[in-house]
Design a protein around this ligand. Sequence first.
Ligand code: IPM
Ligand code: MG
Length: 360
Amino acid sequence: MPPVGEAPRIVLLPGDGIGPEIVAAARQLLEALGEFKFEERLMGGCSIDAHGVALTDEVLAACKKADAVLLGAVGGPRWDTTDPDAPRPEQGLLGLRKGMGLYANLRPVRPSPALVGASPLRPERIAGTDLLVVRELTGGIYFGASGRQGDTAHDTCEYSVAEIERIARAGFEAARRRAEHGAGRKGRVTSVDKANVLETSRLWREVVTSLAGEYPDVELDHLLVDNAAMQLVSRPAEFDVIVTENLFGDILSDESAMLTGSLGMLPSASLGEAGAPGLFEPVHGSAPDIAGKGIANPLATFLSAAMMLRHGLGRPAEADRIEAAVDRALQAGLRTPDLAGEGERSVGTDEMTEAVLVEL
Ligand code: IPM
Ligand code: MG
C-alpha cells in the first residue's frame, strides 16, 4: 500500500488481444476517480514479440516494486504452440504469480440484477447467487515437475501443509468478512478436492479440517470436485466461499463465471502476503477474434480495478463507487455485444466506458 497522501503506483500490463482496449478504458475510469502514477509494461505475447520472453526480469521487478498491478489479458493464436521449447504468453502470467508470491486468487461471482436474464440457468435457479472462488495459485500441478521422455509426458501435483494452510486461511477469512458485511448469515467455506483418489487432496482435506476450530463462526464442508461441478449449476445460490487447489480452481472458476451469463463480467484479485502488491485482472481471456474492433466489454476490468482499490490500495469507498456505477449502467440498459440478448441494441467499449463514467 502506498504511503498516506501519495498517489499509488500502478503497473499496467495491457497484454494481448482486447487487453490494451480494456486496460485503456480502466485507466480512464481510475483517472476520473483520483490520482495514480501509471507505468505501462509489456507482458505476454507482446513481450515475446519484443523480447523473446513473455515476462522480462525488468517487468517482474517493476511489478514487485509497484503498489498494485492491473492486467488485461494475455495470449492468442499467434503464439499458440505445442513446442515445449517455444515461449508461450501464459508463462508470463505464471511467472508473475510465482515471482510476486500471489498464492490466493479471489474470483467473486455475483450476477448483476440487470443480467439475470443472460444466465444460461433459469432465473429462479441463479437468483441469490453470490459466491467467491478462492483458488490456490502458486502450487499444485501448475508448478510441479513436468517433462517428456520419448513418447511419455508427465505433470506432477505437489502440495505442502504450509501451502494448504495459507490458502485455507484466506478462504476462512474471506467467509468471515463476507458474513460480517452480509445480511447476518453465517459464513461457509466449501473445500473442494478429490480426496477419494488423490494423496494431495487427502492432505488438503486434513489440513483444512484442522483449521476449522480456529473459525467457529464459519461452517466448513467438503465436496469432491466432480460433485462440486454439478452442484454449481444445480444450486449455485447455496455456495458462499469455495476454496480449492490450483487446477480445480481454474476449471470451477470458469464454470462459476458462466453462471452469470458472461465471462465478460468477472473480475479477479491475486494476492500474496499482507502488504505485498497484488495483481488484478478480468477472468476472461484476450478474445483475439474481437480485438481491435472496439466492442470488448470493459466491465470485468472495471470491476478488477474496484478489487484493486479495495484489496490492494485500501480504498473501499471508491471500489463501491465503481461497482455501483457498473450496476447502474447495466440497469440503464447498456450492453456490449457479449451481454446483448437477441435483437437487443449493443454498444462498444467507448460508449460503455462513457456510461460508467457518467454513473460514477
Ligand atoms: C486463468 C487462466 C490461466 C490459468 C492461463 C491463461 C494460464 O486460465 O487465469 O484462469 O490457467 O491459470
Ligand atoms: Mg482459467
